[in-house]
Design a binder for this molecule. Structure first.
Ligand SMILES: Nc1ncnc2c1ncn2[C@@H]1O[C@H](COP(=O)(O)OP(=O)(O)OP(=O)(O)O)[C@@H](O)[C@H]1O
Ligand SMILES: [Mg+2]
Length: 450
């Protein structure tokens, strides 16, 4: 009895605020009558002329007018339409801020939208679990566990040249059509992890099915949760896809699991933030990106990584790979620049290599993991250094060698590169569906260098 009295129902709103649409422009709606009780980030419901309800988020205020962006389309919404906001007490407000998802083990094997609605026609998702905040803060830096043991990525080029530890965060820099989706599918399937969470932000609709069916396949999907917002959805939905995927990954990490988070792509996430920022009246700064984008980006990326330690000293880990779209050799691309500075390493996929027929098209000389050599044995480290040195020499000299301008015997280093570099290149080729564990990867490298 006492329990019933001392624990009021927190999920029941304490009141309802009603406002009106006073104007629409571009992607945003102006709402009157909501001031004093609403703030930036609050969600309101707008009732269209046809009775349809659209969720919107308040992104700015101009005097008494709240500026909101809808999660769906603005069709059927006109001036004078009704908008409502549910009032909660302060504690509940804090807990609900930015929206929550009820994540549970039943989400594995499913494709969902950023609101947690199934998109795969496999029926409703089980609704039990604890609410997981979409806009959660990263764990307190001082309380976070350290990186875990090294993680087997199942891909030779990465196992050897960007060896990672659990909880590490990497960038995947690639242009279009160089094998990003294929590589992400291989990672989701073959990495030694408990759960893979894949965020597809702003992909074309057709590509989502191709990714799930061809790149991921049934085996990869079984241990994955795929969160999707396609390119035709509103910028808010695309932004939320990144946050929702992060919330799902945090749920599994906080249960002590080893989670692999793959996000394709952070560039599209930043483009969504740019659309939101510009619509709410922010000035464009770096290449059209308003300043808020570069404040928001580290907050998202920091959420990946190790979790908090429990009493037994165990912590879940979220190893993450964030793809960044780069075209040509654009060094001034602000998103690529920002991401490179935040993460613990990067993998570069190159068109030139893809065109030569070597997949995955990883440029190993330009890729690096900041935890190497700490996670390699002395012998492994020597092997990798030797391979890098040969590949680098080969890279410089191959044109001369092919033209016959180099006379064998002139330089021992070059002779060695001519002998082993093609074998190392060949060894880096890996078909989709072929898995290479860490020990197998090093055996293959030993073989190529001998
Ligand atoms: N490991 C691989 N083995 C053989 N071929 C591959 C491999 N990876 C990629 N490819 C080839 O490259 C093509 C493009 O790959 P993918 O669709 O993964 O690229 P993407 O970077 O995701 O492209 P987009 O930018 O269009 O999304 C594939 O159709 C396939 O022919
Ligand atoms: Mg793709």
């Amino acid at each position: 009895m006492r329990g019933a009295i001392s624990s009021p129902r927190h999920d029941v709103p304490v009141g309802m605020l009603e406002g009106r649409v006073t104007g629409l422009s571009g992607l945003s709606v102006s709402l009157s009558g909501l001031r004093d009780f609403t703030g930036v980030g609050d969600r309101v419901t707008i009732y269209g002329l046809d009775g349809r309800q659209t969720q919107a988020e308040i992104v700015a205020f101009q005097q008494d007018i709240a500026i909101a962006m809808p999660f769906g389309s603005l069709e059927g919404i006109g001036s004078g339409c009704r908008a409502t906001f549910q009032l909660y007490d302060q504690e509940q407000r804090r807990r609900r801020a930015g929206g929550t998802l009820m994540v549970n083990a039943g989400w594995q094997g499913r494709v969902v939208d950023p609101m947690g609605r199934p998109m795969d026609g496999k029926g409703p998702l089980p609704s039990e679990g604890t609410p997981q905040r979409l806009h959660a803060s990263p764990p307190e830096a001082a309380m976070r566990a350290r990186l875990g043991p090294r993680i087997d990525l199942g891909v030779r080029a990465l196992n050897l040249f960007t060896t990672c530890r659990e909880g590490q965060r990497l960038g995947l820099f690639a242009g279009s059509g160089v094998g990003k989706s294929t590589l992400m599918g291989m990672l989701a399937r073959d990495t030694a992890c408990d759960v893979a969470v894949i965020a597809l932000v702003g992909e074309r609709g057709r590509e989502v099915r191709e990714f799930v069916e061809d790149d991921l396949g049934p085996e990869g999907l079984a241990k994955s949760v795929v969160v999707v917002a396609t390119s035709d959805t509103s910028p808010l939905m695309r932004r939320e896809a990144a946050y929702a995927a992060m919330a799902v990954a945090e749920h599994f990490r906080d249960q002590g699991k080893s989670v692999l988070m793959l996000m394709d792509s952070v560039t599209r996430f930043c483009q969504a933030l740019r659309e939101i920022g510009l619509s709410s009246g922010e000035p464009p700064a770096t290449r059209g990106y308003p300043p808020s984008v570069f404040a928001e980006l580290p907050r998202l990326l920091e959420r990946a990584g190790p979790g908090l330690m429990d009493e037994q000293g165990h912590a879940g880990q979220m190893t993450a790979m964030f793809s960044v779209l780069v075209e040509g050799d654009d060094q001034n691309e602000p998103v690529a620049d920002a991401v490179r500075g935040i993460l613990d390493g990067h993998v570069v996929l190159e068109r030139r290599i893809a065109e030569s027929g070597r997949y995955p098209a990883v440029n190993v000389l330009r890729s690096l993991s900041r935890t190497v050599p700490g996670c390699l044995t002395e012998e492994e480290n020597q092997l990798v250094l030797q391979a890098r040195s040969c590949l680098s020499t080969w890279d410089e000299m191959q044109d001369m060698v092919r033209l016959g301008a180099y006379r064998p015997g002139n330089d021992q280093r070059v002779d060695e590169a001519i002998r082993v570099a093609p074998a190392v290149e060949e060894m880096l080729k890996q078909r989709k569906g072929e898995r290479a564990t860490l020990p197998e990867s090093f055996d293959a490298l030993r073989g190529a260098l001998s």
